[in-house]
Write a protein that binds this ligand. Structure first.
Ligand SMILES: [Zn+2]
Length: 469
């Protein structure tokens, strides 16, 4: 069997749409599952869309996600250049060749109506030569044979047939010498040895037209794998226009690269077992027969859950490292590893961290009702007693990093006074945070903020409660 070669061929738009990244991932997995080659080609012939720095962004995202390509603009192979705007002479040469093969023709007219037969098809070779000699501007159009059925088999969607009479003599090469997508993708895929074409299903209906070009040259057609669309909901495609998230947006919202990649792998493909899969595991398991043709719905709730799973899999040191940028709001000298320990079991998106840790630097507003807890059997009144009881013990306690020791000290205190543990711990937790809920209880918060700050807050809580009761 021939070595599989796939390509990811994005336009440099400055934006990595989730659907595009999924195409890149599937191209990569299909190639790598069988030790094939994964090629990056930049399709920049639509000059209007050129955005500064956009190509670099593509390199960066592929590197960050681990979708390492074997050949590309910055990784030259034997079939470059890998940037379409650098291949203009190639398209011209091949367009002219296609004319001699009967697959295309010069067009000098202003044909604009879709599906109207181009009158230039009927020009004699002499007429064409004359117009070319007099520098008449032209485009090169595909010559679609009349009365045929153009068909092919897609590996996901099955047998596709199109009557050639419904196909337009589309422009292949524009008057400025730039190719259209219709032409460039065929020429490049062939010359670059791409034998498995993976792309969105919006190209399904144009593929018979591309195949006519392959056939006219006598080139072997590639295998086709068209992917189902990624939808926002049942009726709307996920798109930048709808304000939907790009890869960069998701990263900025605190989703981990590995979680995003894992999640988008499942947008149109189903593993046989476990859904949490590393890139390496995906590579081993990915087979095209498990790609669905049903549209995939992008479910942010599931991504969030999956992100949480990835966060839980980290060591606390690793989590502390990725969470660090979100700890900027912590302005006191807090123990960040301890903060991480409390957060890691609870965080789903890193972007939620600042809100979860705001009390570390700034306790909330004093509210006596926060001390009222039915199950803990606490009230503002008995909380004041508990805090007064605890304060000297907390002052006497030396090692605030000894969680177990402090926990037992509080439990002993409760026991000596004939109280349930919650009667002591809940008031301390509230006193240290002034929050209804916090990641971490009394002991953890005391550890995070340290002795000095703990004592300060306990005293403040006692005086606030005294003033309000
Ligand atoms: Zn014409």
């Amino acid at each position: 069997m021939k070595k599989i070669r796939t390509r990811f061929a994005p336009s440099p738009t400055g934006y990595m749409h989730i659907g595009n990244l999924r195409t890149a991932l599937y191209c990569y997995l299909i190639a790598k599952h069988d030790d094939g080659d994964f090629i990056l080609r930049i399709e920049d012939t639509d000059q209007n869309r050129e955005v500064e720095g956009a190509t670099q962004l593509i390199y960066d995202i592929l590197e960050e996600t681990g979708l390492e390509y074997d050949e590309g603009p910055d990784k030259p192979g034997d079939v470059g250049p890998y940037v379409q705007s650098q291949r203009l002479p190639i398209y011209k040469e091949y367009a002219e060749k296609l004319i001699t093969l009967g697959g295309a023709h010069y067009c000098f007219c202003e044909k604009s109506e879709e599906n109207e037969v181009d009158p230039c098809r009927n020009l004699t070779p002499e007429q064409v030569a004359e117009k070319l000699a007099s520098n008449t501007p032209y485009v090169i159009r595909q010559t679609i044979p009349a009365g045929h059925i153009a068909d092919f088999d897609d590996e996901i969607y099955g047998h596709i047939e199109v009557e050639t009479d419904t196909l337009d003599d589309a422009v292949l090469l524009k008057s400025d010498g730039y190719p259209t997508y219709n032409f460039a993708n065929v020429v490049d895929d062939h010359l670059m040895g791409i034998n498995v074409v993976v792309r969105g299903n919006e190209y399904l209906s144009s593929t018979p037209k591309y195949n006519l070009i392959y056939d006219a040259y006598g080139w072997e057609r590639p295998r086709y794998i068209h992917l189902p669309p990624v939808m926002k909901d049942e009726h709307h495609k996920l798109s930048k226009r709808n304000g939907d998230a790009s890869f960069q947006d998701l990263r900025a919202q605190g989703y981990l690269t590995e979680a995003i990649l894992n999640y988008i792998a499942l947008l149109g493909w189903a593993p046989e077992g476990e859904e949490i899969l590393s890139l390496e595991e995906l590579k081993q398991q990915f087979t095209t027969n498990r790609i669905s043709k049903a549209p995939a719905i992008f479910d942010i709730v599931k991504l969030q859950w999956m992100n949480g799973m990835y966060i839980r899999k980290m060591t606390v040191e690793e989590f502390c490292e990725v969470a660090k940028p979100y700890y900027d709001c912590i302005t006191i000298d807090a123990d960040l590893l301890e903060v991480s320990k409390a957060l890691q079991p609870r965080v789903e998106r890193l972007i939620d961290i600042p809100e979860m840790v705001d009390y570390i630097s700034h306790p909330g507003e004093f509210d006596p009702q926060l001390y009222r807890h039915k199950r803990m059997k606490t009230t503002p009144e008995n909380s004041l007693e508990a805090l007064k009881l605890s304060l000297p013990h907390m002052e006497a306690w030396e090692d605030y990093t000894d969680d177990d020791g402090m926990m037992h000290m509080m439990m002993d205190l409760a026991k000596e006074n004939g109280l349930k543990n919650g009667r002591i711990m809940w008031p301390i937790r509230v006193a240290l945070s002034n929050k209804a809920s916090t990641a971490g209880g009394a002991v953890e918060i005391a550890h995070m903020i340290g002795k000095e700050e703990t004592i300060k807050r306990l005293k403040q809580a006692i005086s606030d409660l005294e003033a309000n009761l």
